[in-house]
Structure formats: structure tokens, C-alpha cells
Design a protein around this ligand. Sequence first.
Ligand code: THU
Length: 138
Amino acid sequence: MFQSLPEVTTPLIEQALQAQKNAYAPYSKFHVGSAIIDEAGQIHSGCNVENAAYPLGQCAEAGAISAMVLSGNKLIKHIVIIGPTTDFCPPCGGCRQKIAEFADGQTQIHMVKKSGEIKTVAFKELLPFSFGFEKTDD
Ligand code: THU
């Protein structure tokens, strides 16, 4: 069944905002929330989790991806990312590669400003010519 973009993004934004509240970011103070809807229509969210050993910190998108994989699903249809500033929070380079693992040619990335403004891009525009095995659909 066809769903309009706001029908898809509204629950994802709600879940990402909820996740952002639980972000553990005592070092950067940069609280991020993310939410995915997968091929089964299930929603998974994540927040960033930092560590005193800085490189061990994990981004919000990684948490949402782990939750999706745990549920048994493997395709990111849409992913929302919400940062704490007035600007958009585009996924970092490492997260783009993590998203690539579970994306297809239709995967959409929605960056949401605090104001609620949304910028949507196709994942393939964010990480063109990406590295991966067995990629035949994009
Ligand atoms: N962060 C994310 O959670 N996702 C991104 O795509 C960009 C950066 C987090 C990592 C770190 O905890 C904080 O934001 C500052 O970089």
C-alpha cells in the first residue's frame, strides 16, 4: 500500500526524538537520535553512546541498525537522523558505510532540524560508488 512521505517520516521522527533523549554523550554533548523503518514496516531506533575512550563511542545510526538486525530484518527503507543543533545532522562517513550494508537503490535518508525542517536524499546520493560485496541493485 502506498504511504505518503509524511506518513512514513512522522512516526520515525517521533521515535528518533525519543531515542535522542536517551543519548549518552557526556563528552561531546552532541545528542543524536535515529530511527529506521525496515522492509517489514518495523521501526528501530538508536542514540549515540559515547565512551571515556573516545574512539569506542557509537553513533545513533549504528544503534538503530543493530536493533534492526536483532529483529531479524535487513533492509533500511527509510532512516531519520536528528541532531541537537539548528542545522541538519548528516550521517558521518562511517555511518554511511554502515547504512550501505543494509541499503538498496530506494533507501531514503531524512535529516531533521530541530525546527522540524526535513531534508531527504536518496542514500545512493550520499555515498555513491560505495564499497560492498554482492551489490547488484544500485
Ligand atoms: N554522531 C552520531 O551519532 N551520528 C552521526 O552521524 C554523526 C555523529 C555522534 C557521535 C558522537 O557521539 C557525537 O555525535 C559527536 O560527534
